[in-house]
Ligand binder design. Structure first.
Ligand code: C2E
Ligand code: MG
Ligand code: MG
Ligand code: MG
Length: 289
């Protein structure tokens, strides 16, 4: 078969490679320009209290910032499409700096004690300038450090554990909080939980999505919530899409929820509007509506 395709096949293959390479280079150049022009924007997704206490369910406690690239041709490009590219091309530092600054400025205008959670790339746990970048964003915006949380996935911690620990210590010394994101996927080393100063654990969306279908997922979620609590940390569930799952999680004692049930990621102005409405004692319906 290879023989039958002969040189023609190889030529087609090379042409495809060439095309893909060119598309990638073009996208990279576009991303570079978009970052220079500060075109990328923070969007914000509600974080709500799931507590069984009266009024606990659906009360807004803050937002997670999720980056978006408004693109003239491709529309609102999601982070999975450009964060890896930014990481590969050394653009992740400048991108994080400008998104963090904008998000902190937005959050400083929300009523206290609403919090802002920001994702930081694993690569930046090798960057010694990270704590200074965060300190600068806090100082410039006036956002109290206790209202900023940095979310990290475990892949951030495996490569250079000692440097990662040092940088996490420096971040904590600023007075901010640290969340362990997407727990249950990747490495999930319990050593990380023991040795590093996390304040929260976020259960990965994969388990939350499968909870109603799979008793295994449900048991894993319950176990992670139990693990968090035994370490004295609140548990967060991401990707809650239906009321049944939210109720189950509240029964399991999960403290905080996030998902389309409560609200999708929204632009800065809409987040400000939701923040001003403030705590929502009547439950998720008002947020979703
Ligand atoms: P993540 O930190 O785990 O964020 C949660 C993701 O789940 C977000 O996807 C959010 O939109 C999505 N999500 C939340 N609730 C639901 C739900 O009920 N159903 C479904 N289907 N999805 C839900 P998004 O915005 O596409 O972000 C994907 C990932 O990209 C994030 O995962 C985070 O790891 C990364 N990311 C986003 N913004 C940034 C950023 O500014 N910097 C860095 N380094 N990474 C970022
Ligand atoms: Mg996150
Ligand atoms: Mg997550
Ligand atoms: Mg996730």
């Amino acid at each position: 078969r290879a023989k039958a395709e002969g040189r023609g096949g190889i030529r087609i293959f090379e042409a495809e490679m060439d095309q893909r390479m060119r598309a990638r280079l073009a996208l990279e150049a576009e991303l570079r320009r978009a970052i220079a022009a500060e075109v990328l924007v923070p969007h914000f997704q509600p974080l709500v209290a799931l507590g069984a206490a009266p009024g606990g369910s659906g009360r807004l406690i803050g937002f997670e910032m999720l980056a978006r690239w408004p693109h003239p041709v491709h529309g609102l490009v999601p982070p999975d499409r450009f964060i890896p590219l930014a990481e590969e091309t050394g653009l992740i530092g400048p991108l994080t700096r400008q998104l963090l600054r904008r998000a902190c400025r937005a959050a400083a205008a929300w009523p206290a004690p609403l919090v802002l959670a920001v994702n930081v790339s694993p690569l930046q746990l090798r960057d010694r300038t990270l704590p200074a970048m965060v300190a600068e964003a806090l100082a410039e915006s006036g956002l109290p450090p206790a209202r900023l949380e940095i979310e990290l996935t475990e892949s951030a911690l495996v490569e250079n554990f000692d440097l990662a620990r040092e940088l996490l210590g420096a971040l904590k010394a600023l007075g901010i909080k640290l969340s362990l994101d997407d727990f249950g996927t990747g490495y999930s080393s319990l050593r990380h939980l023991r040795a590093l100063p996390f304040d929260k654990i976020k259960v990965d969306r994969d388990f939350i999505r499968d909870m109603t279908q799979s008793s295994e997922s449900s048991k894993i979620v319950a176990a992670v919530i139990g693990l968090s609590h035994s370490l004295g940390l609140p548990a967060v569930a991401e990707g809650i899409e239906d009321a049944g799952t939210a109720t189950r999680l509240a029964e399991m004692g999960c403290d905080i929820g996030q998902g389309w049930l409560f609200g999708r990621p929204v632009a800065e102005a809409e987040a400000a509007r939701l923040a001003a409405i403030g705590p929502l004692p009547e439950g998720p319906a008002r947020l979703a509506g």
